[in-house]
Write a protein that binds this ligand. Structure first.
Ligand code: FES
Length: 555
């Protein structure tokens, strides 16, 4: 017969352990005890003796150093408060686990550890994870992710929680958070056990931080009957910036059974019609489909319609004055003929230096001509992308970092990185679509971006190439080390973190394709270099310029 006992709601699974005697624990007292390598906080209050995990869920400091007031225990470190009878967190983010306590007639206290089967806890943990994402409580998210991984949750399912929360809230459609979700999910493969939490939590943190307190945006109903040529109709809707009809059509196609191959062609079409927002249209479409490959096509009706705003309303850079000179270089070219040439390339083609030199030079028209000439001379589109990647790597290795402080110009480190991620995205679209006229156009845009991201060199000086010592000549290992580094909070602003993540992933793929460390060396330099992160001072400078009647410099 027990004198006092307290049993937590979750059923205990192990036998009881004697931890002391009531005579040693006066009313209002607390004591640290150890059971099977687990530290517990034993508390004696008027309702009985209770046992809680001693590690505070906040940052793990011991609860026995806290203050007891009735049945409320306040952690000494940051003031979280817990009800000792059931571990409920009254102020703070997360409950603390309680354990079964039995006090025998002779005062012997024994504890039965409460260790519920993790798999049975999964629904509770998922609900807690959702609350953590919603409130942007990264500590709670992080602990729940570790618990869920221990309960054999699939990493893709955990990332899906961030997709389901973030996609309907993204104000202008999916942005960098989608790229990070995809890239971080791919990085999970580099880790084992609990360490898999790092890329997952980094990915979720971006969404939680970016979309907190935003209204959800509803989608239009799917069209019930598809038009005769839905792919073409979709393309025209996007071209005329009719977002809701385009979303309704995508949803209608998905609901009527369109598969991933079909929908991919629709999205490759619309991201090759224009150079969208420094390449982001093509990049985000690539990441969205890669994400769906991992989390399942049945999530397409959430991912793809919410991706559309960023593409429909993306800046069409090819319509801006600065693109005119580049377009002059291929205006006379027939994209169909170029696609035919690219379909039967000369395997022996290599750049004799002319394309690389033109891409790195200041003459935009010449850059376009050189890209067209390469395709005509037998270069495959992949081979052109190889040179684009080499040019962007070179730019990043010689970027004069002082340019970050030229607040009158909005150009900086992040802009150059897009040259690499855009080329990588074009390569992904090419792998699925083949060398069509649309893909020729897309590849030519990557050549333009590689050229245009040199514009800082045209009004300053060309920097000296920074000779980076490769971390490894095992390219995959080198890439993994940079991807890991991108997850280690070396950046403060999410936007810069997201660029480090996507750059490290695309540079790994490009380095493996090229058989060269250059893309990785360039990424290592970018990650180690001083960078603007907040952009407040730069924005103030440009606001003053704007209100003084000055415009952005146009090379
Ligand atoms: S460690 Fe307990 S409140 Fe911070």
């Amino acid at each position: 017969m027990s004198a006092h006992s307290a049993t937590p709601a979750d059923s205990p699974t192990v036998e009881s352990n004697i931890v002391g005697n009531l005579a040693e624990l006066p009313l209002g007292g607390m004591k640290l005890v150890k059971v099977e390598n687990r530290r517990l906080c034993l508390v004696h209050i008027s309702t009985g003796v209770h046992a809680l995990d001693n590690a505070c869920p906040h940052e793990g400091y011991g609860l026995t150093t806290g203050q007891l007031d009735g049945e409320l225990l306040t952690c000494a470190w940051h003031n979280w408060k817990f009800r000792v009878s059931d571990g409920r967190c009254v102020i703070g983010e997360e409950n603390v686990r309680t354990h079964g306590v039995d006090v025998a007639d002779d005062g012997t206290i024994s504890i039965t550890l409460n260790e519920p089967d993790p798999a049975e806890l999964r629904p509770q943990l998922l609900a807690s994870l959702r609350r953590g994402i919603e409130r942007d409580y990264i500590g709670q998210v992080s602990r729940d992710i570790v618990r869920l991984l221990r309960a054999d949750a699939n990493p893709g399912e955990l990332i899906w929680e961030a997709v389901a929360y973030g996609a309907p809230r993204a104000e202008f459609g999916w942005g960098h958070s989608i790229a990070s979700l995809t890239d971080c999910l791919s990085m999970v493969d580099h880790y084992d056990g609990d360490d898999r939490a790092l890329p997952i939590v980094q990915a979720i943190a971006g969404v939680a931080e970016g979309e907190r307190d935003r209204q959800t945006r509803s989608l239009p109903d799917p069209v019930s009957t598809l038009p005769p040529d839905p792919r073409d109709a979709f393309r025209r809707l996007v071209e005329s910036e009719r977002l809701e009809p385009a979303q309704a059509l995508v949803r209608g196609a998905i609901h009527s059974g369109a598969d991933v191959d079909t929908m991919r062609t629709w999205f490759t079409d619309i991201v090759s019609d224009h150079l969208l927002s420094y390449g982001h249209g093509a990049i985000y479409a690539q990441k969205a489909f890669q994400l769906l490959d991992r989390i399942g096509w049945d999530r397409a009706d959430t991912v793809l319609p919410h991706l559309l705003p960023t593409i429909v309303y993306g800046t069409r850079e090819d319509k801006l004055p600065y693109a005119t000179m580049f377009m002059r270089g291929w205006a006379a070219s027939d994209l169909v003929a170029l696609a035919e040439a690219a379909a039967s390339p000369d395997a022996a083609w290599t750049d004799d230096g002319r394309l690389l030199t033109a891409l790195l030079g200041p003459d935009r028209t010449e850059a376009a001509r050189a890209a067209v000439a390469a395709i005509t001379a037998g270069a495959s589109l992949d081979a052109v992308l190889d040179v684009v990647t080499a040019a962007v790597s070179e730019r990043m290795l010689r970027y004069v970092v002082a340019g970050e402080r030229d607040f009158h110009d909005d150009f900086g480190w992040l802009d150059i990185t897009h040259g690499m991620t855009y080329a990588n995205a074009a390569r992904w679209h090419l792998a699925h679509a083949g060398p069509t006229p649309d893909l020729v156009r897309l590849v030519l845009w990557t050549a333009f971006l590689a050229n245009w991201t040199g514009r800082h060199e045209w009004h300053t000086t060309v920097g000296r190439r920074d000779e980076i010592e490769p971390r490894s000549h095992d390219l995959a290992a080198y890439g993994r080390s940079l991807q890991h580094e991108a997850l280690l909070d070396g950046t403060t602003a999410f936007i810069v973190h997201a660029h480090a993540v996507k750059m490290s992933v695309s540079a790994t793929e490009e380095a493996l394709r090229l058989g060269s460390t250059s893309p990785l060396d360039a990424t290592a330099r970018f990650m180690a270099a001083p960078k603007l992160e907040r952009f407040v001072a730069a924005t103030v400078t440009r606001s003053i310029d704007f209100l003084s009647g000055k415009t952005q410099r146009d090379c």
